[in-house]
Design a protein around this ligand. Structure first.
Ligand code: KIV
Ligand code: ZN
Length: 512
């Protein structure tokens, strides 16, 4: 058996199912390009029949990727598969990923079918998909809670029908590692034609065991792992790519397998997905959290100074974390700026570079040193955004002890300038009230998070807001050295996304 593990990334599909994590087309393409640099083997770009937006995203990703396989998800139905193929057909390496649930609870209560009907639907779907491409993956949804004999019967039948990869999801994150490993071992043993397919796993994190379950499955013979950047995904998320990959790399001695991931791209991928989705990475998150390589205790610091391996099982450099160097400031020219973009591997057209440079100069006037993270935030915020309906022109506010906080906001709405002043419980509240009046928005603020993106007293502040309007939950982000200005930008960013979302949403996504 090969000792290479295929990394199947589903950040753009299952990851995007995280509440509030929706990405627009440009953002999905940006993430897909970064995943290609990370060298993942397969990118699941979406669920084409779910909406017009998903279809377009899968098609666009299929067109731009140079070497990575692109998968599109579809239920076990001809209509879904035809639609998926339509979106995938221009990919260099397309993969149709079809699924149907096999657990009693799903078969009887959700699908309201008999077990034979489900097996036949799975076989027919795989056969139909195999008519388009030999690269067909079949997933037995809720496999971890399925009857093992029935699961083996379905797997054997779909391999016979042409499935090249059979995926065993722990859809509800219910499994325990030794149990899940044993399930994979049973499948390897009992399914007579299993050698004709790659066994894959897809673990959810409801009990915090998704990575452990995936690694247990690898030890039992699974050779594909499905995962997402930062572990984002439905409910508590999916197995996190960075933890799986670094687990395999760091404990190669024990696991005896490897991946072809360019681990130095991990941190950049994590930052990109976090900044686009607005889902912050917890400080103590393994591999990519702010504290993952920070040593606080005196004894640890002493050990580190003597010999790094005393307390470090992998190096920050191996995942692409480096000391941020203060390379740019207000005297830096266009050439230095372009070179930095190249080093950061940010690819922009000439016109975008020009706009980015102007924005950088504006920032450098306010901030003594501009760090890599500042540049990344600036590009995400000011350059890669969709054309905005609402634009912040200016914001002024008064606040402090003994004064009623107030704010005046000037905005452009559909090309028209509108100004409004409001009082509030604090300056941010006053700013939000003014923005709501100007935009005539009824959106409700669900969450407000402030974080320092860079270090020092002149740090760039990042604000993330989560708003809800008419059933849509949207994340908005803003950055500025001034937290109140960052808040205004974040709120306006969310309103712009909301406007885009209302305009493009085509029906509800079918639930999985
Ligand atoms: O969790 C799950 O079962 C899935 C399948 C569609 C692969 O996401
Ligand atoms: Zn899933």
């Amino acid at each position: 058996m090969s000792d290479r593990i295929t990394i199947f990334d589903t950040t753009l599909r299952d990851g995007e199912q995280s509440p509030g994590a929706s990405m627009n087309l440009e953002e999905k393409i940006q993430v897909a390009r970064q995943l290609e640099k990370l060298n993942v083997d397969v990118i699941e770009a979406g669920f084409p029949i779910a909406s017009e937006g998903d279809f377009e995203a899968v098609r666009a990703v299929a067109r731009v990727l140079k070497k990575t396989e692109v998968a599109g998800l579809c239920r076990a139905s001809r209509k879904d598969i035809d639609r998926a193929w339509e979106a995938l057909k221009e990919a260099k390496k397309p993969r149709i990923h079809t699924f149907i649930a096999t657990s009693d609870i799903h078969v009887k209560l959700k699908l309201q079918k008999t077990h034979d009907e489900v097996r036949d639907a799975a076989v027919n779907a795989v056969r139909h998909a195999a008519g388009y491409t030999p690269n067909v993956e079949f997933s037995a949804e809720d496999a971890a809670r399925s009857n093992v004999s029935y699961l083996c019967e379905v797997i054997e039948a779909v391999i016979e029908a042409g499935a090249r990869t059979v995926n065993i999801p722990d859809t509800v994150g219910y499994a325990i590692p030794d149990e899940f490993g044993a399930l994979i071992a049973t499948i390897m043993e009992r399914v007579p034609n299993i050698h004709k397919a790659v066994v894959s796993v897809h673990c959810h994190n409801d009990l915090g065991l998704s990575v452990a379950n995936s690694l247990a499955a690898v030890q039992a013979g699974a050779r594909q792992v499905e995962c997402t950047i930062n572990g984002i995904g439905e409910r508590a998320g999916n197995a996190s790519l960075e933890e799986i990959v670094m687990g395999i790399r760091t404990r190669r001695d024990h696991l005896k397998v490897h991946t072809d991931i360019r681990t130095e791209e991990i941190y950049r991928s994590s930052r990109l997905v976090s900044s686009i989705t607005g889902i912050l990475v917890q400080q103590n998150k393994a591999v990519v959290g702010a504290n993952a390589f920070a040593h606080e205790a005196g004894i640890h610091q002493d050990g580190m100074l003597k010999e790094k391996t005393t307390y470090e099982i992998m190096t920050p450099e191996s995942v692409g974390i480096k000391e941020s160097t203060l390379v740019l400031g207000k005297h830096s020219g266009r050439h230095a700026f372009k070179k930095r973009l190249e080093e950061l591997r940010i690819e922009l057209g000439d016109e975008e570079v020009e706009r980015a440079f102007v924005a950088f100069k504006r920032l450098a006037d306010k901030k003594k040193t501009v760090y890599d993270e500042d540049i990344e935030a600036l590009i995400a915020e000011e350059i890669l955004r969709l054309p905005d309906r609402y634009r912040l022109i200016s914001v002024t506010f008064t606040s402090g002890t003994g004064v009623v906080p107030s704010a005046t906001v000037e905005m452009e709405v559909d090309g028209k300038t509108i100004t409004r002043a409001e009082f509030g419980d604090g300056p941010v509240d006053a700013v939000f009230k003014a923005i709501k009046k100007i935009s005539k928005s009824k959106a409700k603020l669900l969450r407000f998070t402030v974080s320092a993106i860079t270090g020092g007293a002149d740090a760039m502040g990042g604000v993330t807001v989560r708003i809800k309007d008419n059933g849509h939950t949207i994340i908005g982000q803003g950055t500025s050295p001034d937290i109140v200005v960052a808040s205004a930008r974040a709120f306006i960013n969310a309103l712009n996304k909301l406007h885009y979302r209302k305009g493009t949403a085509v029906g509800e996504k079918p639930s999985l």
